[in-house]
Design a protein around this ligand. Structure first.
Ligand code: GUN
Length: 267
């Protein structure tokens, strides 16, 4: 990717520019934003991080987004979530120009994904498919179970798995006999946000387990996923660790999406 970006100044007169907006001082969000900045540095993408206090009004934030939408030197706009309660995330997401929506969260990008039209695909779901392919996992014909139905991960990853010809079950924390459903999975994707939610009895021998969770362990304070890694790892054929599994792939897809947005606007 860095090699590709290095050719851009000569071809297009500049490199891609990603603007990340961070509202407030949530430590997890600060850490995510830092990771995105570092990745930009490695790939050679220009990164501006705009910090705003948690007291910013919705109107002010929407005004900032409108300015960035109109700024031709900006290729990608990412507003780090979650936002303070007094700001509507839906309004903010819809305010970002579809062409600069590197997160793939804009309603028009979401609609295009479900209609099999060209679109920006959300980074985490896209990263999961990339990870499965790089691990040599055949998706076509497999039974996949996705735990979680969020707009950011659960729903789009289920759609992408379906597009790869897996047979997909979407379930959630209230699914009846969840353990039995999960045991049917050849590919199990977990995005629920609770430490040790997936226990050893929920995983079939040889299953591929993708852990999207990012939680703090209550005792050690360390970053952990949604899967009881120590118990499940011996049973799984492939399992993604937290940290280090899905997260880096998500950031890689963010870089890819930023380059795609840049090329669509410039090439
Ligand atoms: N917060 C947690 N994950 C994400 C993400 O992928 N994009 C944004 N904008 N905020 C997030």
């Amino acid at each position: 990717m860095a090699g590709q970006v290095a050719t851009f100044p000569e071809k297009y007169g500049r490199v891609p520019h990603l603007v990340v907006i961070l509202v407030g001082e949530d430590p997890a969000s600060q850490s995510y934003v830092k990771g995105k900045g570092k990745a930009c540095e490695v790939v050679g993408i220009k990164n501006t991080t705009i910090l705003r206090p948690a007291t910013i009004t919705e109107e002010e934030l929407l005004g900032l987004i409108a300015e960035l939408n109109a700024d031709d030197s900006v290729d990608g706009i990412l507003v780090q979530l979650p936002l303070p309660k007094h700001i509507s995330e839906d309004k903010v997401i819809a305010a970002i120009s579809k062409e600069k929506d590197v997160d793939g969260f804009h309603p028009l990008n979401v609609a295009a994904l479900w209609q099999k039209q060209p679109c920006t695909v959300a980074c985490t779901p896209k990263g999961i498919i990339k990870l499965l392919k790089e691990a040599g996992v055949e998706i076509s014909g497999k039974r996949a179970v996705v735990i979680g139905r969020s707009n950011i991960v659960g729903l789009p990853v289920a759609k992408l798995l379906l597009d790869e010809n897996a047979t997909v079950t979407i379930c959630h924390s209230r699914t009846k006999d969840l353990a039995a459903v999960c045991r049917e999975a050849e590919i199990l994707v977990v995005a629920i946000g609770r430490a040790k939610f997936v226990t050893e009895d929920m995983v079939a021998p040889g299953a591929v387990v993708i852990d999207v969770g990012v939680n703090r362990d209550a005792e050690t304070g360390k970053l952990v996923g949604d899967v009881d890694y120590a118990a499940v790892e011996p049973k799984a054929s492939v399992i993604t660790p937290v940290p280090g599994g899905v997260g880096p792939m998500t950031i890689c897809c963010l870089m890819e999406n930023t380059i795609e947005c840049f090329l669509k606007r410039n090439a």
